[in-house]
Design a protein around this ligand. Structure first.
Ligand SMILES: C[S@@+](CC[C@H](N)C(=O)[O-])C[C@H]1O[C@@H](n2cnc3c(N)ncnc32)[C@H](O)[C@@H]1O
Length: 277
């Protein structure tokens, strides 16, 4: 007989919108929803709803990876055509689309606060690796990008190969399978609130597991609809809570719709400070 968790997981993975999501995440959410006493039908609906709110909602339309790869292969030989195409592709994910108006400024201001960066971990990356031409890393820096959509990760791996970047994408549920190899810099952009929708302690757990000397952690300061709704003060207080007692220097940078914390970790002793950049 099929177990209810298996049946709910299979039903969710059977729909086109969720078919590429890491099955272990779907299964974990399905088990939690059934554990609340929901019927299998209700659990399918609730699992889809969780996956929509924490991931699929950011995909602004059909993700046309084969066509986008073909467009990239056509454009790549002409250096001048690359950035306009990448900008167009970055609009397909709401998180990077919202960042486009200030993309140059974003990475310039952040990297002005950092030493030379040779290795990056991009947690719950979305399409952010397509912004690599705007990210001032040292030559031959390594880039590990993780997210839960296997088709998006396959596309990013094709992009890394085409661009000659020493990059690697991995389909991973960071709630249970967060990379822990040491890196110079971890990017955790607009991700903590999404993960905390699924697991309340996800932000604290993630920050405790990642092995990076520098962290760039950001939060949206407006809703997807563009309203402010006190998000800045709520998330600033939450981040202060998450980093309480850290030995770290933390600099806050504000952009039109995103609040960024650049964190330099100290040697492990207590204390630290926050300043405005
Ligand atoms: C708000 S978007 C941020 C994307 C990217 N960091 C950026 O700022 O451009 C949240 C991302 O988290 C990913 N995500 C959600 N749950 C995840 C999980 N459990 N493990 C890994 N990635 C996850 C989603 O697929 C989505 O790409």
């Amino acid at each position: 007989m099929t177990s209810p968790v298996y049946a709910v997981t299979a039903a969710v993975l059977n729909s086109r919108k969720y078919q590429a999501i890491a099955p272990e995440l779907v299964e974990a959410i399905a088990a939690a929803e059934l554990g609340k006493g929901r019927s299998p039908k209700e659990a399918v609906k609730a699992t889809k709803n969780q996956l929509h709110q924490s991931a699929a909602v950011y995909q602004s339309g059909r993700m046309e990876y084969p066509r986008w790869l073909a467009d990239l292969q056509d454009a790549w030989p002409d250096g001048a055509a690359r950035q306009p195409l990448l900008r167009r592709l970055l609009t397909a994910h709401t998180s990077t689309s919202e960042r486009l108006p200030f993309l140059d400024d974003f990475y310039n201001r952040i990297f002005a606060l950092l030493p030379p960066i040779r290795s990056v971990l991009d947690i719950a990356c979305g399409l952010n690796p397509l912004a690599l031409p705007w990210i001032p890393l040292v030559a031959d820096a390594s880039y590990l990008a993780v997210d839960i959509f296997s088709d998006q990760i396959a596309f990013l791996n094709d992009f890394f190969r085409l661009a000659g970047v020493s990059g690697r994408g991995e389909t991973r549920n960071v709630l249970t399978d967060c990379p822990t190899e040491p890196v110079d810099l971890a990017l955790i952009l607009k991700t903590i609130p999404c993960l905390e929708q699924i697991e309340k302690e996800a932000g604290a757990k993630l920050l405790g597991q990642i092995q990076a000397h520098h962290l760039v952690v950001s939060f949206p300061s407006r809703t997807l609809g563009g309203r402010r709704k006190g998000m800045e003060s709520t998330y600033a207080a939450h981040f202060a809570e998450l980093t309480e007692g850290w030995d770290a220097t933390i600099t806050r940078l504000d952009f039109a719709n995103e609040m960024v914390f650049v964190v330099e970790r100290g040697d492990g002793s207590e204390g630290g400070s926050v300043s405005a950049g």
